[in-house]
Every structure is written in C-alpha cells, then in structure tokens.
Design a protein around this ligand. Structure first.
Ligand code: F6R
Length: 614
C-alpha cells in the first residue's frame, strides 16, 4: 500500500521521482508528495491530497531543482487523506524528511513520550512519529542519521519501508524495511530506491532487494552499504531485473486493466512455458519435484490467500481434491492468522498472492512455518516477500499487473494450480496417466482458446449498456464455476461500485432468491460440466421469478439459450479448465460497465494494489 521512490545522482531528481510515482500509483493514490534538497542545502517539501497529477500541478511554480529526493504516493491508514497527512513528513526542526509504507503499531506510546519531551505534531499519522523520533535521537545522542534510524527502528513495533533524507547532508539517503518491500536500483553514479523496481526500470537493471530489518546507506559516489538492525554489515547481492518497460506501459489500450485482460493469451503461454513439455507428456513445476516426499505424504493442504487470490485458492481446492484425493481447506489469511489454527508437520500450507506482499498472507505463512507445516508459495512479483518466507514455491510469470483489479494474475494462478494438481496426481498416482496427459495437452491450447473468448468483447460491450445502471447483481455458479461467480462479482463491485453477490447456485433458494426481480440481473456461469443439468434448473428458477439472466455457456448450448436473456458462448474445455475460459467474459463485463459509468477502472476508490497493512 503506499509507494516510495528515492533518487540520488546527477539527473533531475524531481523528474525521476514524479515519473516513479506515476508507476507506483497503483499502490495508493489518495495523496502524494516529494522532498528535495536544492543546491543551497534547502529542504523543499511539496505534498497534496489527490493523485500524482495534482502534485505535479502544485509543483509547477515551485523550486524543484535537486539531485536528491524522496517521494511517496499514499493509501491512508492513520489519518484521512489530506495535505497535512500526506508524506513526506518532516522533523519539527525541518532537518529530516521521511516517507513510509506500513504501519507503526506502537506509535501512540512513542508519540506521547515525544510530546512529553516537547515535540509538536502536525499530522495524525504514525509516520510523523517516526521522523520526530529519529531526529530526537540524532540530536540527543549527537549521532549520524544512520545511527539514529537504527536506534529508532529498534523501538518500533510494526511494518515499515522508509526512506529518510537530511537537509545538512544532500548526498545521502538512509532506507530500511520490515515486512514492506523496498528495492534499490544501482545505476552509473546514481541510485534509485522504490517499493518495486517499476520506477527505475528504464535506468538500470541492477537491483538489490532489501531483506527484513535491513538498513541501506546510499551515499553519492560510494558503494552501497547494508546493515542489520544490530549493526552488522551485510553482503550486497546485486540481481538482474526481469522486467521490461513495455510491460509497464498501456501499449495503446485506454487502461491497464483492458491491456491485462487482452494479454491473457500471452501471459498464459508464459505461465505454461517450460512447465508442460513434450506435448503434455511431462509437467514440471518449481519446488514440487524437489519436495516429492512432502507432497506425496501430505495429509492435508490448506490454502491461505486474500481477495482474488482466495478465489483462485478455492479453485485449487476443487482441482486438488479431484485429481490428488488430498483433503483441502481454504482460508482467508486474515481469519486464519487469528483462528488458533491446528497444523501438523504433515500439512502443506499453500499461500497464493499476486503481489507477494499481502500482510495477512505473510502473517499466515509465519504462523504455519512456526507450527511445522511445509509452506509453498505461488506469487507473481519476483523478489517479493512471500517467495522469501516460504519453504518453496513458484511464480505465475504473468508480468507486472498494474490495474488494481486483478485479471491476468487470476488466470495465471488457476493455471499454476492446475499444473500443481496434475504434478501431485502424477506423483501420487491418483489419476490415470492418459488423463493427466490429456489435460496437460489442453492446458497448451488455453492461450488460443482465451484469444477466441476475447473475440466476445464487442458483444459484451453492447450487453454492458443494458445493465450499466443495475443497482445489484447476482453471480451464480456450481462446482468449478462457483469461485468464478465470486470472482465475477468482486470484479464488478470493485471497479463499478455496483453491489454484486457471488453465490453457489444451489444455495440461492435458501435466501437470495427472495431478491430476484426484473431489476436484478443474474449472471450464471453454466458451462457443460457434470453439474450442467443442475444449473439448468437453477437458471429456470431465476427465470420463473422474473429475473434477467446473462449466461456464460459452452458453444452450441441450445438449452440455456432458450431460457436466458443473453448468452455468451465459450469454447468447450475439460471441466477443470473452465474457470480460465469463463472468467474472461466476466472481466470484460465488469470493465465495460465501469467504463460506461465513467469510473476510474485502474484506480478504483479506496483500493490499492498490494495490501501491506492488516
Ligand atoms: C481484486 C484484487 C484483490 C487482491 C487481494 C490479494 O481484484 O486484486 O482482491 O487479490 O488484495 O492480493 P495479493 O494477491 O497480491 O495477495
């Protein structure tokens, strides 16, 4: 949540930082700010409520000359979005400026102590407490900023990624992280710092991912220095960045979300590449074959995830139970962590997270590890925290997902889960070899079939006009289509702000059926699978109550066509692969409805891409 950028070098810091903030805006966009030290040693801090564009407008007539600076785009946790709560925050004497991503849990105690020592505060944020504390320590201990940061962080309970600059030392940035991401870009005579590498991908591909409780000293003209909180010098591990600038641009699409929906044929291809090989005869997934015994002897699998990733996990449950005959539970990471979970070393916990940074999922992983379970991670962002915290895992390889509403990550996760289930089934011999091979061959066809589904876009755009002003939607599905219904409803809610409920179709008659009337459309996911006849009767039940029906059906389905008001036909695929095919029209439907309503689909209100706070 919140994005941090820092720069030190010979270039124009303002331009680098503002460009970087635009790239990080997906992380939060309720206010933005920048701190720069000019060549006279003056610390200029500019911040405004609103998006990065508002900050740029605000800075138009300001002095933005500088070769060092830090900047921030905010997703509010403590204190409403406002100019004064925006970052950077500064020490009372105006010597330090600091940006922060995360939450300082003990900020109230620290604040009270500082007030007793005569400090005055200008904001309601936990962040201001941190910068005042660092300066207080620096002045009272007569120490360097690096030492003061270290001492202050020892007193802090919570999560942080921070960057600090000092008026009197325009050649240095001190930064640190704990449970919130931070990466340093190492260029020629310049350094970059950011919550992820996207702000500096065009400047350098040499990166250093900070570890938890690591402090970095970035000094102009000198090599980086990394320290632990107890002041041991750590080794610098410079990695090569796997990200290209074109992945971060809209590539001619009006929105990242639409680009990412249309990218799915190629992201699915990337996701499968090198994993389903030899025409489906061989499947290999990182971290599974090298932990064969663990997967073969697992007594139970527990998924932990949030939001869209939780919906993928639910599909994972169907896949693993069907193919591997292992009992599976699916938990919201936020509930799991406080539910006194009962785990044993015979359990495998699988954490799914696009960002690899979701705080609740990370906390669930720590609990699971602590209880002796084997933890496997499925994430998208290389170098993020979850792959580091798990025993083993794999990436979905769908490239940076920038639209706040997850689309290509969802289909990538489901594809990885399919390959995971097939791999375990093969190890455990729970499925005939020819069935495994047949499904593996179908996975190879998914890019082409999703491409075909995308051809429905013009029809869906027209259809969206009919339902743009509906106030409520019901999404129904059974079996593998039930999580798809949940996901379809979430997509609509988050970008169009229309209330939508996903429900298991058969459960509808136990309550939600009372809501059905001509005003409330039902989207029914009804591909030809082993529950097809059952869902046909659910379609009839909705129709009998005067409801309007949009049905997602398999090509050539005449039965539902006769009952539903609108049908969207998708290609026939094996049942376990239907979620990948049926979720795509739902992504498009929510996109077009939101566009018709004039909503900002890439930055929906109150949301942010990665939720690094509880
Ligand atoms: C919805 C969406 C969120 C995320 C959730 C978990 O479109 O994007 O619901 O799925 O915040 O995020 P990750 O997968 O990064 O852990």
């Amino acid at each position: 949540m919140c994005g941090i950028v820092g720069y030190i070098g010979d270039g124009n810091a303002y331009n680098v930082l503002v460009g970087g903030l635009h790239r990080l805006e997906y992380r939060g966009y309720d206010s933005a700010g920048i701190a720069l030290v000019d060549n006279t040693g003056k610390l200029n801090i500019y911040k405004t409520k609103g998006k990065v564009n508002s900050l740029e407008a605000f800075c138009k007539d300001k002095n933005t000359e500088s070769k060092i600076g830090i900047a921030h785009t905010r997703w509010a946790t403590h204190g409403e979005p406002s100019d004064y709560n925006a970052h950077p925050h500064f020490s009372e004497d105006g010597n330090l400026a600091l940006v922060h991503n995360g939450t300082i849990e003990n900020y109230k105690v620290l604040k009270e102590a500082l007030i007793e020592h005569g400090c005055h505060f200008h904001s309601e944020t936990d962040t201001e407490v941190l910068v005042q504390l660092i300066e207080y320590i620096r002045v009272h201990n007569d120490c360097s900023m690096l030492e003061a940061v270290r001492e202050a962080l020892k007193q802090v309970v919570g999560a942080y990624a921070i960057a600090v600059i000092e008026k009197g030392d325009p050649d240095c940035i001190v930064a640190a992280r704990k449970s919130s991401p931070l990466v340093v870009g190492v260029g020629d005579n310049e350094f970059f710092l950011a919550s992820d590498a996207s702000p500096f991908v065009e400047f350098t591909d040499n990166v250093v991912y900070l570890k938890d409780e690591e402090i970095v000293l970035i000094r102009r003209g000198e090599p980086l220095k990394l320290y632990s909180l107890d002041n041991k010098e750590n080794e610098i591990d410079v990695r090569k960045l796997e990200m290209s600038i074109s992945q971060l641009e809209k590539g001619g699409y009006p929105h990242f979300m639409l680009k990412e929906i249309f990218e799915q044929p190629s992201t699915l291809h990337d996701c499968i590449r090198g994993r389903v090989v030899n025409d489906g005869k061989y499947i290999t997934l990182n971290g599974v074959n090298d932990n064969k015994e663990t997967f073969m002897s697992a007594r139970r699998i527990i998924f932990v995830a949030c939001g869209t990733s939780w919906h993928s996990a639910l599909i994972g449950k169907y896949l693993i139970q069907d193919m591997c005959r292992i009992p599976v539970e699916v938990e919201y990471a936020s509930e799991f962590r406080y539910s006194h979970p009962v785990l044993t070393p015979h359990d495998i916990v699988i954490a799914i997270s696009q960002s690899g940074e979701t705080a609740d999922t990370l906390a669930a992983i720590k609990i699971a590890r602590g209880m002796g379970a084997f933890v496997y991670g499925i994430s998208n962002v290389v170098g993020s925290s979850i792959p580091r915290e798990t025993h083993s895992g794999t990436y979905i390889h769908v490239g940076p997902e920038i639209g706040v509403a997850s689309t290509k990550a969802f289909t990538g996760q489901v594809m990885v889960l399919t390959m995971l289930a097939l791999t375990i089934a093969e190890l455990k011999n729970t499925m005939p070899k020819e069935d495994i091979e047949r499904i593996a061959q179908w996975t190879l066809r998914m890019p082409e079939l999703v491409e075909k589904v995308l051809g429905l876009a013009p029809d869906i755009e027209r259809l969206s006009l009919i339902y743009t002003y509906a106030r409520n939607f019901l999404y129904l599905g059974r079996g593998y289509s039930y999580p798809v219904a949940l996901e379809g409803a979430l997509k609509l809610k988050e970008i169009s702000y229309i209330h939508a409920e996903g429900y298991p179709a058969a459960e509808m008659k136990h309550g939600p059926i009372a809501l059905i009337d001509a005003e409330m459309p039902s989207v029914i996911i009804a591909p030809k699978d082993h529950l097809y006849e059952k869902i046909v009767s659910n379609v009839q039940q909705v129709k009998a109550r005067g409801g309007n029906i949009i049905a997602i059906v398999t090509e050539g389905d005449d039965e539902i066509r006769k009952i539903a008001d609108h049908v969207l036909e998708v290609p026939e695929v094996p049942e376990c692969l239907t979620p990948i095919i049926t979720s795509v029209p739902l992504q498009l439907l929510s996109y077009y409805i939101a566009i018709n309503k004039g909503k900002d689909v890439d930055m929906p209100r109150n949301l942010a891409k990665s939720v690094t706070v509880e």
